[in-house]
Design a protein around this ligand. Sequence first.
Ligand code: 5CA
Length: 451
Amino acid sequence: MRLSRYFLPVLKETPAEAQIVSHRLMLRAGMIKQTSAGIYSWLPLGFKVLRKIENIVHDEQIKAGHIPMQMPTLQTADLWRESGRYDAYGPEMLRMKDRHDRDMLFSPTAEELFTDTFRSYVRSYKDLPLTLYQIQWKFRDEIRPRFGVMRGREFYMKDGYNFDLTKADALHAYNRHLVSYLRTYERMGLQAIPMRADSGPIGGDDTHEFLVLADTGESEVFYDSQITDLTFGDREIDFDNKDQCQAVLEEFTSRYARTDETHDAEIFNKIPEERRRVARGIEVGQIFYFGTKYSEAMGATVQDAEGNVVPVHMGSHGIGVSRLLGAIIEASHDENGIIWPEGVTPFHVGIVNLKQGDDATDGACAQLEAALEAAGLEPLYDDRKERAGAKFATMDLIGLPWRVTIGPRGLEKGVVELTSRRTGESEELSMDAAVARLKEIYAKHPDPKGL
Ligand code: 5CA
């Protein structure tokens, strides 16, 4: 992509309405545009990151054995009356009527619709276990939408629903989700800590929220500092192996980590004082086990091996896909702009031409662009007739993790300059060596396949 042909409406001024850095940077970098309170247009750069994040979520869900599908955003109120949530949900649910005066709503979550789909087709325990999921727009008429995509009214969520014969099987599904979420967040360069939480309107007793530590987070969290030493890393996991998944759950919940909703000062104070942490966090996901709450209310049953008709055990599992952009930026930025982790960057590398219009530098930039593309990488080439300083400022703002700068002086020596956005360190090397280095870096962060 060439910047002269792209649509990247960066802002010079810092937007006054944005209170936190991720919101400011997403507006300034031309990633999103507010269209009304808590509702955003996703401009090309923001859309590109959103898609990458979505595709990582798909990759990891599919690896865990979960099956993607898509539900409508508009649903009939009748389904929600069956579960009792139509009246219980309150003003966060956006309700509307169609032309026949039928009550409709914009889905804030989809337990009812997935349970209805299940009961329409599945009759036998032999078809279990089953986990279906979607990545779809949700609407919650939040009383205080704020912080950009962090607390939107319309937001993009992955929501998954497991259907199992027994509680033990459903808890294995819970653990599978926990493992797949740890992998998902790490692939995005994030540490998200599972913390015991409250289940709210979804219901059930077992629930963990995944929190990214950040001063601007909306949740107060209490944890033992040893929990932050844990990483999932590149270990192998067999998602069908109950013991393996249970062991990961036990490991990642072996230290005190709770949100304020479930915080217990008595237990917390038993941790050695130097390890006690009170901080803030951004909730980027939540997993629930709620047993037969929906299956009993809605008649989602199967025949077991003895021929008894029994309600299935269920849970639901969410990832805040659009919120993740904000969380990643909160965790990874500096005073000049965003610093994308390699796993989610919208373009792999920026090319800055220091002397636009000069045949030799223009030619070298085009050559590098072609070589990077041939290596399977996606460069963003700043080919505008701008000062070098303005080009660097744009690159720093939009946060591509690597930049190659090409100018006449370097070309005389046969070198280009490769700069890391994170460290600011530069190195001069031949064009071929720069391509080889970038290829090597991104071999560790393959682009998600997605669906
Ligand atoms: N049905 C369950 C699991 S699929 C559910 O709705 N869970 S949830 O309410 O916890 O939402 C899942 C995730 O969506 C949250 O962890 C959070 O990351 C994200 N989320 C929730 N509300 C918003 C919002 N207003 N704006 C942006 N993201 C949100």
